[in-house]
Write a protein that binds this ligand. Structure first.
Ligand SMILES: [Zn+2]
Length: 192
């Protein structure tokens, strides 16, 4: 998990190999977008490069959460995007939850693969054979996105398992979602 430190190309990110239940504020790493440690004595998450790639590409994002949650990971191994199924989920996550290509955990290629998907202005992505990454204006929104993604992935999995066709949102609603997400990102980009 990470948050952008506004006004600088820095972020606060969770350390590598420390249980979340045991993390204290002093364990949080402050690093710049190239991965250099600014403050903190522990090694930052191996996926810090992926977080930095998001902050570089998306001015609207101030918090990033990466997980290996169960139903999100089902679609990671199916290498299958999750389409817009509910309007309120689509407004929060984006028109579609796309799949970023597989690359080794912690590699620059993985960060580049995620960065390459960010232009659709969504707040949620699946990472092939790995997990998911969600974005938000703040940490509360990013955490909510992780929960929403898990819920919609669970529902989509159950719906697909019936073997019946899954109904998507109408085109007109998807268009509204696309417009609103683009507006949000553009508005954040023009802020000084
Ligand atoms: Zn991971």
């Amino acid at each position: 998990m990470s948050v952008r430190i506004t006004g600088r190309d820095y972020m606060a990110v969770t350390p590598s190999s420390v249980k979340y239940s045991e993390i204290t504020p002093a364990d949080i790493c402050i690093i710049d977008f190239s991965g250099a440690v600014v403050e903190g004595s522990l090694a930052p998450s191996v996926e810090a490069g992926m977080h930095a790639a998001v902050y570089r590409e998306r001015p609207d994002v101030n918090a990033v959460v990466h997980t290996h949650q169960l139903y999100g990971s089902v679609f990671a191994v199916l290498n299958q995007p999750i389409p817009a199924l509910f309007d309120e989920v689509a407004f929060a996550l984006g028109e579609s939850v796309e799949v970023a290509p597989y690359a080794l955990s912690g590699s620059p290629e993985l960060a580049a693969g995620v960065a390459g998907k960010l232009k659709n202005n969504a707040n949620a992505y699946i990472i092939q054979n790995h997990g998911i990454i969600v974005l938000g204006k703040n940490m509360d929104k990013a955490l909510l996105a992780a929960e929403l993604l898990e819920k919609v992935a669970h529902i989509y999995y159950l719906a697909l398992s019936t073997g019946k066709p899954v109904t998507l949102l109408p085109d007109s609603i998807r268009e509204i979602v696309r417009g609103l997400r683009a507006y949000d990102v553009e508005k954040a980009g023009t802020k000084t």
